[in-house]
Design a protein around this ligand. Sequence first.
Ligand SMILES: O=C(O)CCC(=O)C(=O)O
Length: 284
Amino acid sequence: MGKVLTADQVAAYDRDGFVTPFRAVPAEQAAGWRDAMERTVLAFDREHPAEPGRRYASSRMKPYLLFRWAAEMVRCPAVLDAVEDLIGPDILVYHTTLWWKAAGSPNYVPWHQDGTYFGLAPHEHVTAWVALTPSTEESGCVTILPGSHRAGQVPHADRPDPAIMLSRGQTLAELPDTTGAVPIPLQPGEFSLHHTLVMHSSAPNNGTEDRIGLGISYIPARVRHTGPTRLSATLVRGANTHDHFDLERAPLIDMDDDARAAHADSIARFWRASELMPEMSLAH
Ligand SMILES: O=C(O)CCC(=O)C(=O)O
């Protein structure tokens, strides 16, 4: 018997490659995370303006190493209970991306599989997408092609387009038939879970409110990085049974020197790893 998911929900995840929606925290707590997120991320970004095409330690990547609100989010007990039902009790955070799609923004995420860019084996990683604002069809919520994870890893290619939110515009080399695609709307404080190989995308934000969520990549401790670089990850539940990663520490103070150093080190390792693995060279 699982902690949160019913046997039917676990079977649906195995069959469809996703399961949704679940509640992580009450809407008021999500609003608090959102306020803290906007304050801290904007402050950090003022100091580190994005330079298109340059790989740097962006606050959109692994924000849980910089900011306490994100450190709390990746350790949210309700999310971990659900993840544990899918991958077992020894859980690490391998990566996270803050997906902030401004109101009216043409930005979108093309069809892709997360597994392509992470260099992990076996393919057991699960992404929890935790909503900080309403995420609706109008505002460009994540859309999933059910069962597409069963195709295994398929080839991806660069598609240079400044509106694409993935760093190099990476997308499936051959677009799938998306007839059966399912939008995954969420309210603040809710989350969905999707498999690392399930094909998914998101459309531009045609709404009047920003659409913001944190995509947290959880792996069981038995999963390893297949390249030669020693990467870091955060143990959030159970034990680091296989020692495949150096363990990261949570920030004690937002953006202090220790947090910045840990974040910069982790992102630098990730970029180094991506230079050495063809499929990761397109990493998001
Ligand atoms: O938030 C989005 O629009 C895309 C999310 C995504 O691709 C992911 O979480 O893997």
